[in-house]
Design a protein around this ligand. Structure first.
Ligand code: NAD
Ligand code: ZN
Ligand code: ZN
Length: 388
């Protein structure tokens, strides 16, 4: 089959690789109909994750048709149309039973690697380096889906792929980020980053009752999409973000703040000039940093929710502001399986049509071009969907 594979910093190639096979009794093989590029893939593409190996298949946002099931997958059958969750979760362990699926303790065969870096290990993730298990990803014609009985949601035919594909990651991610804000009606919520995750965070904040959402970015098309979703916007290079937020909130600050930017914001220049994780971890930067701004701007007693991905250590974390002003910080890889059914119901009810975020459609063969567009932020490129 064809698959989009990582070969080095800013080097992905679509090559022929062996078809996946059922390895365990709860596996399924999915023939992929749509697959997307995530902002998290950029951390791999830009070489910030040192546990990638040449030939690793990328991608963790995908859906398709089940073409084979292992003997212990009782609730799915060949022919089912499914969306796949990006965390790989057994559904039975201490964490899965608490619906903390992205912390599954049975799905990362390389847990020791993650433990060295993080103290404990999160779950395995498709196409996300050997640190999270070395699982082949979904930017391919087929994928092996472990624990397919838990890691997939069955989709009926009333939806297009683009309406449901983002249940795999960015819709639940934006939604969980907003849910973590514990929004009360009348609240003002600020969102740093108007990439795909930020866009879903904005819309989810409104779904959960926010009165006003203020979105921050520098890319005009992304700011426009945020306004289309009902947000007020701040261009962070043209305006002082902190001062503007204070003006807009009577000097008190937003009730909650979300960092939908992640580690890229901590790079002092075009990130592709930088050499791997060391710099990402060690950098001391005086640039306006999304997470620091979010903490400083948030009103006393408010919540800072962090869907943005961080890999190592960042400096100048204002713990004094967090402590003295009773702030709550909530973060995590998304527990996607927890949100499958409620968010599919929201799509079915017409509360939201996630396909609004798609700006570019291409063939899987053109994946390198898709990455190039997305990483260099050709301004009108917000979400790339590929079809094998
Ligand atoms: P993206 O790179 O497309 O979006 C990031 C946006 O942030 C860009 O539009 C950029 O212009 C903007 N930005 C950069 N610096 C900024 C600053 N200082 N202030 C305000 N905006 C700034 O990525 P995405 O797909 O939207 O993903 C966003 C983050 O969410 C990434 O870190 C990604 O890894 C993470 N993510 C997390 C999960 C999870 O499970 N928690 C899942 C998916 C993605
Ligand atoms: Zn992702
Ligand atoms: Zn588990």
């Amino acid at each position: 089959m064809k698959a989009n594979c990582w070969y080095g910093t800013q080097d992905v190639r679509v090559v022929d690789v062996p078809d996946p096979k059922i390895l365990n009794k709860r596996d399924a093989i999915v023939k992929i109909s749509s697959t997307a590029i995530c902002g998290s893939d950029l951390h791999l593409y830009n070489g910030f994750v040192p546990t990638m190996e040449p030939g690793d298949i990328m991608g963790h946002e995908f859906m398709g048709e089940i073409v084979e099931v292992g003997p212990d997958v009782k609730n799915r059958r060949v022919g089912d149309r499914v969306v796949v969750a990006f965390p790989i979760s057994c559904g039975r362990c201490f964490f899965c039973k608490k619906e903390l699926y992205s912390l599954c303790e049975n799905s990362n065969p390389n847990a020791w690697m993650a433990e060295k870096l993080f103290g404990h290990s999160p779950a395995g993730i498709f196409g996300y380096s050997h640190l999270t298990g070395g699982f082949a990803g979904g930017q391919a014609e087929y994928a092996r889906v472990p624990f397919a009985d838990v890691g997939t949601i069955k989709i009926d035919n009333g939806f297009t792929d683009e309406q449901v594909l983002f249940l795999s990651d960015i819709f639940p991610t934006g939604y969980m980020a907003a849910e973590q804000c514990d929004i009360k009606s009348g609240d003002t919520v600020a969102v740093w980053g108007c990439g795909p995750v930020g866009q879903f965070a904005i819309r989810s904040a409104f779904l959960l009752g926010a009165e006003r959402v203020i979105a921050i970015d520098r890319v005009p098309e992304r700011l426009q999409m945020a306004r289309d979703g009902g947000a007020d916007t701040i261009h962070y290079e043209e305006t002082d973000v902190y001062d503007t937020l204070m003006q807009l909130t009577g000097g008190r600050g937003p009730d909650s703040c979300m960092d939908a930017v992640g580690l890229e914001a901590h790079m002092p220049g075009p990130l592709y000039y930088y050499d791997r994780l060391k710099q990402a971890m060690m950098l001391e930067s005086d640039r306006p940093i999304a997470l620091r701004q979010a903490i400083m701007a948030c009103r006393n007693g408010g919540t800072v929710s962090v869907p943005g991905v961080y890999g190592g250590v960042i400096d100048k974390f204002p713990v004094g502001a967090v402590m003295n002003r009773s702030l709550t910080i909530k973060t995590g890889q998304t527990h996607v399986q927890r949100y499958f059914q409620p968010l599919l119901d929201r799509i079915r009810n017409g509360d939201i049509d996630p396909s609004f975020v798609v700006t570019h459609r291409m063939k899987l063969e053109d994946a390198p071009e898709g990455f190039d567009l997305f990483v260099h932020k050709q301004d009108d490129c917000i979400k790339v969907v590929m079809t094998p």
